[in-house]
Design a protein around this ligand. Structure first.
Ligand SMILES: Cc1cc2nc3c(=O)[nH]c(=O)nc-3n(C[C@H](O)[C@H](O)[C@H](O)COP(=O)(O)OP(=O)(O)OC[C@H]3O[C@@H](n4cnc5c(N)ncnc54)[C@H](O)[C@@H]3O)c2cc1C
Length: 424
């Protein structure tokens, strides 16, 4: 079977690997010059960095499985830490070295920076979700869920809202409580390793897309970069792509949602799917790289910030040996979007400097703004399925229907599901 995969993000490469494993002839078409899509390597000041600092968790089982399959050993490429959330102001929650679910209950009950009544409230909230199988009677906003379960301002500000924004990339007032509960189910509600933090030690290209491409080509497939597909024509002979004279038996459209919609809209049978995609709204993610002298480091590799603009700061020296380099992350929409990039970088430096005495000025600063980083994960959102009304055309991407928010794992699972549909 000959299959075209349009888009070499994590969904497209997961689909291509799954197809190649099963002996299908795969050609991947990627518009950009490099692989990885929204999780890719960028070169800044001569250093291999990422278009945005990413974090994975132990619950990303399909991503970890495929990384192993293509020869990217997760034990080497990722720093695995038992769940630990720390803020610069002293809040600290650390998974206890106990079997699940005690590891989480004890971590909530022993968290630093919250009073006992709040710790009990948080534990009761998670206990209640667990008893209900993490299924809510009806979807609402995360903000409403937290109020309904009596989560106080310190709990919301130090624990739940940062988790919501990090996982769903959507402000709590608009974020889906059910998807948030799904994330808690798979990370906190599973076995202890599921809640582990997995922080990339390599750039994102080397983590999966590039070894995946080598895996596909070693099995007779092709991965073409700088090869944008502008039209798809599905007829009796298969699917013809503008970039390829021969029809393919099937095509997996693994572009980001806005590009997928443009490709699908031309076929009247797919106009409904294109409209569903067009209804999605988007959220940005800003990453601020600050290169300090080499001696500068953070007290913990991933440090939370509250009350300002910055949400998380990552010590790239501790992660990947890029000493003195700090990556600041600002997820979702917010007042930081109104700032010009130099002002945003200066503000993030200022917020870190409050907590790191004698922090020198950075040697260089760089802001990467991904305006459409993910879809906005709203309550009751209807997302398109992998299967479309045209059998020969299948969708893959982080935005397709699933109980995950837009994440690497959501993209990989969608790619694997699309490939399995094609393989029948
Ligand atoms: C800054 C940032 C930080 C993030 N942080 C995290 C995180 O910490 N943890 C996490 O799990 N997730 C995170 N995410 C989300 C994660 O990166 C995405 O969910 C995931 O990468 C989406 O992959 P995808 O394959 O579905 O889509 P994409 O990555 O968008 O891939 C689509 C590909 O299709 C290509 N393409 C588009 N049109 C065409 C065409 N016509 N022809 C050929 N190719 C085309 C594009 O160039 C692209 O390479 C983050 C995202 C961003 C942007």
């Amino acid at each position: 079977m000959q299959v075209a995969v349009v888009g070499a993000g994590w969904a497209g490469m997961a689909a291509a690997v799954t197809l190649a494993e099963r002996g299908a002839q795969v050609v991947v078409f990627e518009a950009a010059r490099q692989l990885g899509g929204r999780a890719r390597r960028v070169t800044i000041e001569g250093a291999a960095l990422d278009n945005g600092q990413h974090i994975l968790v132990g619950a990303y089982t399909e991503t970890l499985r495929l990384m192993r399959a293509v020869g990217a050993d997760p034990d080497e490429c990722l720093l695995r830490l038992p769940l630990e959330l720390r803020t610069a102001t002293g809040f600290r929650l650390k998974a206890a070295p106990l079997p699940a679910p005690l590891h989480l209950a004890v971590s909530l009950l022993t968290a630093h920076g919250l009073d006992l009544s709040d710790r009990l409230r948080a534990a009761r909230f998670v206990g209640r979700l667990r008893r209900d199988g993490f299924k809510l009677p009806k979807d609402a906003s995360v903000a409403a869920l937290l109020v309904e379960h009596g989560q106080t301002a310190p709990l919301r500000e130090l624990l739940w809202e940062p988790l919501c924004v990090a996982a769903l990339n959507t402000p709590p007032d608009h974020a889906s409580a059910q998807v948030f509960a799904n994330v808690l189910r798979d990370t906190f509600g599973g076995e202890r390793p599921a809640s582990d933090l997995l922080l990339p030690r390599t750039d994102l290209g080397a983590l999966f897309p590039e070894p995946a491409a080598r895996f596909v080509t070693a099995r007779g497939g092709e991965v073409r970069v700088g090869a944008a597909v502008r039209a798809l024509d599905a007829g009796a002979d298969g699917v013809v792509l503008d970039a390829h004279a021969q029809p393919f038996d099937r095509a997996i459209v693994a572009c980001g949602p806005q590009h997928a919609s443009a490709l699908l809209a031309a076929d009247p049978r797919l106009a409904g799917v294109a409209r569903a995609i067009d209804a999605l709204e988007y959220e940005p993610i800003h990453t601020v790289y600050l290169q300090y002298p080499e001696a500068v480091s953070l007290p913990f590799v991933m440090l939370g910030f509250t009350g300002g603009l910055l949400q998380w700061a990552f010590d790239r020296g501790a992660l990947s040996g890029q000493r003195g380099l700090i990556a600041g992350v600002l997820s979702a929409s917010g007042r930081h979007e109104a700032l010009a990039r130099p002002d945003l970088a200066a503000a993030v430096h200022g917020e870190i400097a409050v907590h790191l005495p004698a922090l020198p000025e950075p040697r260089w600063k760089r802001v990467i703004a991904e305006k459409r980083a993910t879809f906005s994960c709203r309550p009751g959102l209807v997302r398109p399925a992998n299967r479309t009304p045209v059998d020969a055309i299948v969708l893959a991407g982080d935005y397709t229907a699933s109980d995950y928010p837009a994440t690497l794992e959501g993209a990989v699972r969608s790619g694997v599901a699309a490939a399995r549909l094609v393989l029948g």
